[in-house]
Design a protein around this ligand. Structure first.
Ligand code: GDD
Ligand code: MN
Length: 378
């Protein structure tokens, strides 16, 4: 993808730190007031025996890149700015671009607003070496860590809920990671499968832990600091992105996708029944009302599967082509079901109830397979 292969202005191949060293990747979005302090703290933290380079991956609309280049002149280590013309994937996309540009054996990911203490960089790397780990997470949720800088009870509650839900969805992949929401961690470059990653928003550690499966994990406690300058860039929209990210990660296998398809289909009863109720109240006859209301359920299902299940398989067809095919399959399902039940009862002597249940299951599987093959495959 083109946004990942942009040249890195200022990164001279001859200056790149040797293996065994650390590349610090910092995503930035309008952080000009934090840069000098961050670079000073990194300078003070990283001992001379740990060769280091810093790569900023910047999507700013302000003068952050210029501020970085100016501040870099006072740094004893190489500093590069990768400014993305096309900021795909948000924070996570920026981090993946940084992972691809990083050259050292260890890569530390940290925020640009000084909420992650740079004094921990050497400890993260040393812990990884000692424990022979591939991933070292700076955690707020182990002894010695805290989320002091998470402003407000609301954000604490959201963070707790999100952590619980995420751990429940990926018990195996997140084993040993108490803080999968952390944006501060060290990972061995050899453990990153950058081409497999599909980052979407803030939770890049989750993405790496689930898709790259880095193997042995260690943790180091840390105190989430107050933001030095400016405000968090997270929004309510970021919350929805997170849910889409979770859904995408959880439905990589066909079986999980089929389960998701079923859940979304079941949720379609809500708009369907609401529409049926509204139309009959307005005086429409039952049959035309049911046919119309069913289209409401179809539209609802289409929106949800597009966002949650087939997000990265939409490019093969235009949206109206996909909607048309999806609606056709959904309505074929309705038309097929009645003769199928009649067949099961009449020819195979089944009772009406098991025949209906079996017909529902059969048409559901057909609809799922049809949707995969006819709507979302090239
Ligand atoms: N390049 C780029 N593109 N950087 C971004 C973007 C983006 O779209 N959005 C945010 N950033 C940068 C910010 O400039 C900052 O350096 C860092 O990513 C973190 O963004 P904040 O907006 O400060 O995040 P936060 O403090 O709300 O959340 C942090 O803590 C959470 C834990 O509570 C992040 O580390 C989250 O990943 C973490 O889950
Ligand atoms: Mn922050």
């Amino acid at each position: 993808m083109s946004e990942y292969t942009a040249p890195i202005p200022g990164l001279d191949a001859a200056e790149i730190a040797e293996p065994g060293a650390v590349t610090v990747v910092v995503p930035t979005f309008n952080e000009s007031a934090n840069i000098r302090r961050l670079l000073r703290l990194i300078t003070e933290s990283v001992p001379a025996r740990l060769p280091c380079e810093v790569v900023f991956v910047d999507d700013s609309t302000d003068d952050t890149p210029e501020v970085i280049r100016a501040a870099a002149r006072d740094c004893p280590f190489p500093v590069a700015v990768l400014h993305r013309a096309e900021p795909v994937g948000g924070l996570g996309g920026a981090v993946v671009a940084g992972l691809k540009a990083a050259t050292s054996q260890w890569i530390v990911i940290m925020d640009g607003d000084c909420q992650h203490p740079p004094s921990l960089i050497p400890e993260l790397v040393a812990t990884g070496e000692q424990a022979n780990a591939a991933l070292v997470v700076a955690s707020r949720y182990i002894e010695g860590g805290s989320r002091a800088g998470l402003a407000g009870g609301y954000r604490v509650a959201v963070s707790r809920g999100a952590t619980w839900l995420t751990k429940a969805l990926f018990p195996r992949r997140l084993h040993g990671i108490s803080d999968p929401m952390s944006g501060f961690f060290a990972i061995r470059r050899s453990a990153v499968s950058a081409d497999e990653l599909k980052p979407l928003g803030y939770k890049i550690l989750l993405e790496l832990a689930v898709r790259s499966r880095p193997g042995r994990v260690a943790e180091v406690p840390f105190v989430f600091q107050d933001r030095f300058a400016g405000e968090s860039k997270s929004t309510a929209q970021e919350g929805f992105r997170f849910l889409r990210h979770l859904a995408g990660l959880r439905t990589t296998s066909p079986a999980a996708r089929m389960a998701g398809f079923g859940l979304i289909g079941a949720s379609g009863f809500v708009p369907n029944l609401a529409g049926l109720w509204a139309l009959t109240v307005l005086g429409m006859g039952y049959l035309p009302a049911e046919i119309l209301a069913n289209q409401l359920g179809v539209a609802w299902n289409f929106l949800l599967i597009e966002q949650l299940l087939f997000r990265d398989r939409r490019a093969h067809r235009r949206w109206w082509d996909r909607l048309g095919r999806f609606a056709l399959l959904a309505n074929a399902d309705l038309v097929l079901r009645i003769p199928l039940i009649a067949l099961l009862v009449g020819r195979f002597g089944m009772g009406a109830l098991p025949a209906t249940a079996l017909a529902l299951v059969m048409t559901f599987v057909l609809r799922f397979v049809g949707t995969e093959a006819l709507v979302y495959l090239p």
